[in-house]
Design a protein around this ligand. Structure first.
Ligand code: SF4
Length: 374
């Protein structure tokens, strides 16, 4: 049975991390003398507010633990040079900080990929390290509902290649990456948890918690439950479970340390806006398909950021087309049209076309704004 430890960090982070790791066998179970260790935090956002990146103190403590355990080399790696803002050389003398954009890469065809069918650049260190430690920051995400260990793997793609994931199909692509490079250890940092309407909004709440395990699907399943989400509704978890990457039922996971119910900060949880139904009086939406919910969520998240800020704003002169539509002309259209997602490609010359499967929520917001200003 997979084990996941939940530990509170009100005291010293380094000690709390050691305690969490001890519950699943200790750092010595994962790191051996002479190993090369790669620690992958989520650290590509430069915003200063708490909760938008993996807690840096946890990452630094983890690097220190690995070095003390006898690791030959410890790297902290992330895409984009923003990683150097959070992990400067002056702060860390027992790990080397690397930006995946600038390290040697192999152009790889991902074996058994569901959707990433073209060769993609993968930093060599991701494949060559002995131990890959996945250290996400716990957060909601309007598109995937949960952003934690599995989604953090998007950050192994250097530079702008993450757009390949959005074009290919976000959730299947997340599964491809996790199937390609399994995480040996996952330390989900919920020191501040990002709640609310992320990625267009969101804010961190103090939560002082670590969630630690050796199976990324199990850690994400427990993390989803902590965020009051149903793991089976998170498509990338469901797909990962179907191909045998890990369990999505709590009955198959042994939770050690604190219980989920004991985490009092869960009372402050606010979920992202993923339903545009309340806005249908204020914008014309054509979305006849019930087959896929990702574009619906992304559009709702982006649109809500505009409409919640101005409650009197009426956008009935804008039509949003979402998901597959068989015959667009049978619907009542307005002069200004936004076509949201790859499924609307056949009508791309009828208005502003936003590519992606799904596109990013910020692109929905920007597309609607562009039509307002046109
Ligand atoms: S509606 Fe179409 S474009 Fe949007 S996420 Fe689903 S399959 Fe992809």
């Amino acid at each position: 049975m997979d084990k996941v430890a939940i530990v509170r960090t009100k005291e010293n982070i380094y000690e709390s991390l050691g305690k969490a790791l001890d519950l699943i066998g200790g750092i010595e179970r994962f790191v051996k003398r002479g190993d090369t260790v790669l620690i992958k935090p989520n650290a590509f956002i430069s915003r200063e507010e708490k909760g938008f990146i993996t807690d840096t103190e946890v990452v630094i403590s983890l690097a220190k633990l690995c070095k003390e355990q006898g690791a030959k080399e410890v790297y902290i790696g992330e895409r984009t040079p923003v990683v150097f803002k959070w992990y400067s050389k002056e702060k860390i003398n027992f790990a080397e900080v690397i930006c995946f954009d600038d390290v040697p890469q192999n152009l790889k065809l991902i074996p058994n990929a569901r959707v990433i069918k073209t060769a993609v650049p993968i930093p060599r260190i991701v494949e060559e390290c002995d131990v890959f430690i996945n250290v996400p920051g716990l957060r909601f995400h309007a598109l995937s509902l949960l952003s934690n260990g599995m989604k953090n793997m998007m950050g192994i793609m250097p530079k702008e290649t993450t757009h390949i994931i959005h074009i290919s199909g976000l959730e299947d692509a997340i599964v491809d990456l996790n199937n390609f490079r399994r995480s040996n250890l996952i330390v989900s940092t919920a020191i501040h948890t990002l709640v609310g309407n992320f990625p267009v909004g969101g804010y961190g709440i103090k939560s002082d918690t670590l969630i630690v395990g050796d199976n990324v699907v199990a850690v994400d399943t427990v993390s989803a439950k902590i965020l009051k989400l149903e793991p089976r509704e998170i498509r990338h978890l469901l797909l990962a479970n179907k191909i045998g990457l890990g369990p999505i039922d709590l009955s198959e996971i042994e939770i050690l340390g604190e219980s989920i119910e004991s985490l009092e900060w869960r009372e402050k949880i606010e979920k992202p806006i993923i339903d545009y139904t309340p806005y249908k009086e204020r914008i014309n939406i054509i979305d006849p398909s019930n087959s896929c919910i990702c574009c619906k969520r992304a559009f709702a998240c982006g649109l809500s950021d505009i409409l919640e800020k101005d409650k009197d704003l009426n956008l009935k002169y804008i039509t949003a087309v979402i998901g597959p539509v068989e015959n667009l002309d049978k619907y009542e259209l307005t002069e200004k049209i936004i076509l949201f997602g790859n499924c609307t490609y056949p009508y791309r010359d009828r208005g502003i076309y936003i590519q992606g499967c799904p596109p990013r929520a910020n692109m929905a917001k920007q597309g609607v704004k562009d039509l307002i200003n046109k």
